[in-house]
Design a protein around this ligand. Sequence first.
Ligand code: F3S
Length: 275
Amino acid sequence: MKVQLAEKHGFCFGVQRAIDIAEQHPNAKTIGPLIHNPREINRLKENFSIEVIEDAEQVGTIDAEALIIRTHGITKESLQNLQGKNKKIIDATCPFVTKPQEICAKMSEENYQVVIFGDAEHPEVKGVKSYGEGVIIVKNADELKKYKLKRRVAIISQTTKNIEDFQKVVDALIKISTEVRVFNTICNATLENQEAAYDLSKKADIMIIIGGKNSSNTKQLWQICKTHCQESYLIESREEIESSWFQDKQLCGITAGASTPKWIIDETKNIIEKI
Ligand code: F3S
């Protein structure tokens, strides 16, 4: 059996930047997990004593040299709250996330109805939403029907969403509103990983998708792979691999989410090659 990595996979620019920032600030605390990969979070804890504060409310009582804001960003209110705590704040928010925050604030100020295409519970979306007034979040075009929209609408997307799905929401909006300003805030890194996964899954007999099970972009890679390759498995670590999966297979494709470090990809590839 041949084992092949997708042409583009794994760490994106924003995650690599956040990890570099964290490694330069040992003993710092992060507000929420820095990235959606529990094993990498653990490595930072063991090697750099970087710990996660789950609840921003705890910040005042915690002894930390510095606080790191994660790649997905936090809400405007949480940021203001932290700034009042007299601690050093290091912002590792990905610049591709800062951008939709700025657009949301600007469009809202200009009295546009801001619509975010994304998952309301995702920290990035919560953060972006907090920069505007009366912002609406929709998961699909159908959900637009629930709202009475202003005539002037600005739409932005969660960075990790799929462009075709975003386009469907935009198409529906154009039929409802007289003015629609579309900001394509989907991150290219995610798209590149998705396209490479798509290409590889078309020819592979089995696809292994490596990443955090709470990572939105990893789950999306899994969805893409499943449409072409029925045997697509999402795993977080090599322990989950079962040798029976690879019986009678000619080509095993591997891809990994944007928050999956190279060391996890390498160890997984090695074990599959041994099998
Ligand atoms: Fe940033 Fe895109 Fe990565 S938004 S964190 S570069 S997936």
